[in-house]
Design a protein around this ligand. Structure first.
Ligand code: C2E
Ligand code: MG
Ligand code: MG
Ligand code: MG
Length: 288
């Protein structure tokens, strides 16, 4: 058993996977180096311009294929990476791979924008500016094409360096999106003060927009304030034509969700880009 460790036996203690704590311990043990072992990949979910009816960007979403446990979702392993102190390495891998993959996609109009999620502890660690600059340099991606998706809690966090770093990134030409707006403590008043270019309406908010008059009114206010501030609004997690219709009626400019396209590999994305929105998304056409 584990007690025998230290006697020189080659057996490494492997906790059983009976409990959530044991699963976390196992994931934490296995995560470092997963990127070097080829276990991580990046999927891309198209972001569609509702006005132009075409894909104008993609969001990079990390996947970890664990050799024994199968697919582990980012909501589970990103917090583990943060606590294990490997979030910087993980983010550098994700940024580099996402940027390189996007550069292989066909150009069908303006160059596709790339959204990459950035975790709070990467911002806190203060390597973000250096890491992003290095990735832009090594891949050749134009800074204007990169959108760092950051939550409000991270953008508002204490410590003046966060604001300084975000400002430095924006001076480089990189864009910043406020992710998951409508969850947590999001407030309309904050919007005027945040250093952002894009606002992403959370799925939880989008879910109610076609049925709940209050959600619809809030959506209209957000879109109108965002417009006055020069921000693009992207609705996340759009699943039904009714939701899409309500978002269009509220003046929302962009949408993302299973109705339009699931997160996919670059190869599949090429087909989507070649086919165009009209044929692929009857829901988008119907809601016009
Ligand atoms: P997020 O940035 O809000 O990403 C959107 C999530 O919604 C993704 O989940 C996506 O697959 C899912 N989604 C897309 N369309 C729909 C829809 O129509 N309905 C529903 N119900 N869901 C939809 P995913 O890929 O599991 O990622 C979850 C979260 O993990 C992301 O939330 C993001 O916060 C985080 N994440 C993903 N990749 C990275 C990364 O590279 N770095 C960091 N730090 N976090 C990441
Ligand atoms: Mg995101
Ligand atoms: Mg989001
Ligand atoms: Mg979300």
């Amino acid at each position: 058993a584990a007690g025998a460790a230290g006697t020189g036996t080659a057996l490494r203690y492997r906790p059983a996977l009976g409990s959530a704590a044991e699963r976390r311990a196992r994931l934490r043990e296995d995560l470092p180096g997963a990127w070097d072992r080829g276990e991580l990949s990046v999927l891309f979910q198209p972001v569609v311009s509702l006005g132009e009816r075409r894909v104008t960007g993609v969001e990079a979403l990390l996947r970890w294929q664990h050799p024994e446990l199968g697919e582990v979702p980012p909501a589970e392993f990103v917090p583990i990476a943060e606590r294990a102190g490997v979030i910087g390495e993980l983010q550098r891998w994700a940024l580099t791979h996402a940027a390189a993959a996007v550069l292989t996609l066909p150009c069908t109009g303006a160059p596709l924008r790339l959204g990459v999620n950035i975790s709070a502890s990467h911002v806190a660690a203060r390597t973000l500016v250096r890491d992003v600059a290095a990735v832009l340099q090594s891949t050749g991606l134009a800074p204007e094409r990169l959108i760092l998706e950051i939550t409000e809690a991270t953008l508002m966090s204490e410590g003046e360096h966060v604001a300084v770093d975000i400002e430095a990134l924006r001076l480089m030409g990189v864009h910043v999106a406020l992710d998951d707006f409508g969850t947590g403590r999001s407030s309309l008043a904050h919007l005027t003060r945040l250093p952002i270019d894009v606002l992403k309406l959370d799925h939880a908010f989008v879910l109610r927009v076609d049925r709940d008059p209050k959600a619809r009114a809030l959506c209209e206010s957000v879109v109108s304030i965002a417009g006055a501030l020069g921000l693009d609004v992207v609705a996340e997690g759009v699943e039904t034509p009714a939701q899409l219709g309500a978002l269009r009626a509220a003046g929302c400019g962009f949408a993302q969700g299973f109705l339009l396209a699931r997160p996919m590999r670059p190869r599949e994305l090429v087909d989507v880009l070649d086919n165009g929105a009209g044929q692929l998304w009857p829901g988008l056409v119907a809601s016009r």
